[in-house]
Design a protein around this ligand. Structure first.
Ligand SMILES: [Cu+2]
Length: 150
């Protein structure tokens, strides 16, 4: 009888330990995305897992100042259309081209100029495909990509 109880205890304890290890290793994912004076991101696709803590750094590797060639990284919510959002963003100049309270977004960085970088942290949303853009006026058509959550 003691033997059977020991086996049961092992079976019950081991899977629990495995789950804990998995959570510990997949918790944080670091992403670096570059932008430049040619109005381009160096990534058009980013993949993460649902529930990951995403630590995203946006670098501006160009030389032009923020007022002329500012860049940000904006992750749009499901159902937010890129074009209409960008048109709204143009009117939000005083808020770094982010519509009030980040409406229609999941996460966004501040606006930066050449030689600068900025980092944000957010939790990856539910599985699916999302769009990211730079919302500086006129940039989204060239500066966009797909954020895939698996
Ligand atoms: Cu830009």
């Amino acid at each position: 009888m003691t033997f059977i109880i020991t086996i049961l205890a092992l079976v019950m304890v081991n899977p629990f330990a495995a789950v804990n290890n998995d959570l510990a290793t997949r918790d944080k994912v670091e992403i670096v995305i570059e932008s430049n004076d040619q109005m381009k991101f160096n990534l058009n696709e980013i993949k993460v897992k649902e529930g990951d803590t995403v630590v995203l750094t946006l670098k501006h590797v160009g030389k032009l100042p923020k007022a002329a060639m500012g860049h940000n990284w904006v992750l749009l919510a499901q159902g937010t259309e890129m074009g209409p959002f960008a048109q709204k963003a143009v009117q939000a100049r005083d808020n770094d081209y982010i519509p009030a309270e980040g409406e229609g977004t999941i996460a966004y960085t501040e606006l930066i100029g050449g030689g600068e970088e900025t980092t944000i942290e957010f939790v990856a949303p539910a599985k699916g495909e999302y769009t990211f853009i730079c919302s500086f006026p006129g940039h989204y058509a060239l500066m966009n990509g797909t954020f895939i959550v698996e």
